[in-house]
Design a binder for this molecule. Structure first.
Ligand SMILES: *Cc1c(COP(=O)(O)O)cnc(C)c1O
Length: 359
């Protein structure tokens, strides 16, 4: 079976080297030495000063909304993983969906402004597939209307915008280190902020809002373990090489697919890309379903990502059902192809041939 992705696993011996440190310290979790070490290395790698390592890339979205006192309307993208919308709903805020740009599939800044009301408090946008949103335009709107900006940067690890990690933008930026992402700690995530006061707040949130006998605020359990940090410490030095391998695999698809009948999102020229995914858009859902069936007959399982358009989820409140024609259309026609750093050229050839025969 060839799936949409395959998690990178280091040699067991490399992981074991890090595990020995856990046996030496006797500390398994609760902000242990490997977690601290990983945070330091992540800050250096990403060029950010304030970063907290967490259990996943969803809880950090919830923490971000809480930390910025967001309780009302959040303008967000309908073209993302469901965690983006769910975090807003979970925090009892109201998602308001702005449509996406037909070129880069990210939230369309022109669609944001008409949706702003006196209850709008934040913009929560996803840098889709690792490609940056129109960051400056979003910033201008946020400043004009006094809104907070949170970026779901789950796809962007290792990608930069204008020479800076994409994770360094926004009031808060979050990332996922899930096993399927470009950099992973099996399960994990992080949140990036810009000052020590916010960092302290997030640090407290991460462990129930207290330290020892001092109780500061509400909190949740978002601490990650030493075992997850160990995987991160093994993975981090390999990330640049893995991204280079991804770029190679992408170039094989680029050379083979028939782009007369297939569209790809445009990547901003200001982005140093991380090749997180290989999405393609077909002419219609009928073509997509035909391609999927043909691939499945050859034991190839791509993924409809993102589908459905999040503004159409049937558990949304009536106030969150803004029409988003571009997102609704693309979500019916977009497919993420099998794509990971170790995918052999012959497999790219096989997938591409089946697609070209069926578009
Ligand atoms: C993966 C992902 C998440 C969730 O991350 P987890 O670590 O799995 O909780 C959130 N948003 C986007 C856009 C993602 O791709």
């Amino acid at each position: 079976m060839l799936y949409v992705t395959k998690s990178y696993l280091p040699e067991p011996e490399e992981y074991y080297e890090q595990l020995k440190r856990i046996w030496a310290s006797g500390q398994l979790t609760n902000d242990g030495p490997l977690v601290k070490d990983l945070e330091k290395q992540l800050q250096a790698y990403l060029g950010v000063e304030h970063l907290k390592f967490t259990t996943n890339g969803t809880v950090v979205l919830q923490m971000a909304l809480k930390a910025l006192d967001i309780t009302k309307e959040v303008i967000t993208t309908p073209f993302s993983y469901v965690a983006t919308t769910n975090a807003i709903l979970w925090e009892n805020c109201t998602p308001v969906f702005a449509d996406i740009s037909p070129d880069d599939f990210n939230i369309d800044p022109d669609a944001i402004e008409p949706l702003i009301t006196e209850n709008t408090q934040a913009i929560l946008a996803t840098h889709v597939y690792g490609n940056a949103c129109q960051i400056e335009r979003i910033e201008v709107i946020a400043r004009r209307y006094n809104l907070k900006v949170i970026y779901d940067a789950a796809h962007t690890f290792g990608a930069s915008y204008k020479g800076r990690s994409i994770l360094s933008y926004g009031d808060l930026s979050t990332c996922s280190f899930h096993a399927t992402k470009v950099f992973h700690t099996i399960e994990g995530g992080c949140i990036v902020c810009h000052d020590p006061v916010m960092e302290r707040k997030l640090y407290n949130y991460r462990s129930f809002g207290h330290r020892n006998d001092d109780y500061f605020s509400v909190g949740i359990n978002a601490k990650n373990s030493e075992f997850h940090a160990a995987m991160g410490l093994v993975m981090l030095p390999k990330v640049a090489g893995l991204i280079a391998d991804r770029k190679q695999v992408a170039s094989w698809y680029d050379a083979r697919l028939n782009f007369d009948r297939i569209r790809r999102p445009t990547i901003s020229p200001d982005v140093d890309y991380n090749y997180a995914y290989y999405p393609v858009v077909f002419e219609s859902e009928t073509v997509l379903l035909r391609v999927m069936a043909a691939l499945k007959a050859d034991n190839i399982i791509p993924r409809r990502y993102f589908y459905p358009s999040l503004n159409t989820l049937d558990f949304l409140p009536a106030t969150s059902r803004q029409a988003c024609p571009v997102s609704e259309d693309y979500s019916l026609r977009v497919l993420s192809l099998p794509f990971h750093p170790a995918l052999p050229e012959a497999e790219v050839e096989r997938v591409s041939r089946i697609i070209n025969e069926n578009v």
